[in-house]
Design a protein around this ligand. Sequence first.
Ligand SMILES: Nc1ncnc2c1ncn2[C@@H]1O[C@H](COP(=O)(O)OP(=O)(O)OP(=O)(O)O)[C@@H](O)[C@H]1O
Ligand SMILES: [Mg+2]
Length: 438
Amino acid sequence: MGQTVNLKQRLAYNYLRDGSTKFLCYGGAGGGGKSWLGCEWLMQCCYFLPGTRWFAGRNNLKDSRASISVTFGKVAQWHGFTGYRLTNDGIEFDNGSEIIFLDLTYYPVKDPLYERFGSLEFTGGWIEEGGQVNGLAFSVLQTRIGRHLNDKYGIPGKILITCNPKKNWLYDLFYKPWKEGTLEDGYAFVQALVQDNPFATEDYIETLRNTNDKVTKERLYFGNWEYDDDPAVLCDYDAICDLFTNEHVKPSGVSSGSADLAMKGRDRFVAGHWKGNVCYIKLDQGYSTGKSIETDLKRMMIECSIPRSMMIADSDGLGNYLESYLNGIKEFHGGKQPINPEFDNLKSECGFKLAELINNRQIRVVCTDAQRERIKKELSVLKQDHIDADTRRKGIISKEKMKEILGFSPDYLDMLIMAMYFRIKPVPKRPKAKLGDI
Ligand SMILES: Nc1ncnc2c1ncn2[C@@H]1O[C@H](COP(=O)(O)OP(=O)(O)OP(=O)(O)O)[C@@H](O)[C@H]1O
Ligand SMILES: [Mg+2]
């Protein structure tokens, strides 16, 4: 008999049953059978391992109770299983096993460290819709599993996480390392799209495919983790992609240049030659010395006809040194006063200007494919800081924060931001009234 199976769920079960995986992240798209897998796995664990205790958690208790119990009911019916009953707190099995619904809401004031989980002891568990859950919950729950009859049955404590794409701890711990082939021991990721799930109805697939909202479609239908719906992101994703093909932006006017300096492989040394709003990435070096930077930058300025006064480089560290050799170039002091007092400093003002020009398709960057991918990533962390505070001056998130998200230094982004120095205009002051005007 030809049997229909969801192969991705099968693959997930391999990880859930092996002796080495501790944490499995499953999904990363809509409709791939995430909720089903969570319920079915826990049902089997409870059934085959009498007396065990498992958690099933979401970012809020009402959601856990409502959605998990409904799916669980469907799964049980599919398997013709009736040996359980739903309670207020979870699901009790006739053999003494239980699933406990956990409220994973983060309370920064009341319970900033999830101390309320401190005394709980589980065999293992499941975090559903992990994208909405604070990463700290995952850390704390790691210490609460493997503590209830694991010895008796000889099984390791495991956590299954199901989720849609989300640039948070899931991206950092699972998706990105999985893509790059650098997953840590004990971690596994299974990407499951709706196309992988033979049980998804045509209706369900159609709805996803016809989603009007581009971000939702990219994330849930295509399983695209790079599509961010973070309201703090300043450049929209399509505009970032267009940056490299905006051929209507023509080179024009006096040349200018911008450079992010770095020595000895700490960060990258990146320099761009600008003709109007067309940026040609000219220098890009992983390893450079003070001397080589000086020589290369000088050569670039001569070759590209960049006047000293139209060349800007960061000042922190190297700029000072360089200025004494390349007399007359501008140093960029990001922390200085902005021209427009709406912003918290000069770098923020330039960052917002960059986003504005990118979103308006007024910039073109000419570079290699590898550079393009990197620039796209870096622009995704050009984010507004303290977005919820409407009283503060506008700012962008710190370079430290950007590094934390990216895992590397946003060197191209800094180079692009600095170039905006020549493009932010002083706010025109009202001309002083002459006596005769009154
Ligand atoms: N192994 C299976 N056997 C039978 N039906 C399944 C199985 N896996 C998934 N399904 C069915 O496929 C559909 C989608 O599955 P499910 O709801 O688990 O996906 P999901 O990834 O949680 O979706 P969503 O993104 O909407 O949360 C459901 O109708 C579910 O009942
Ligand atoms: Mg689901």
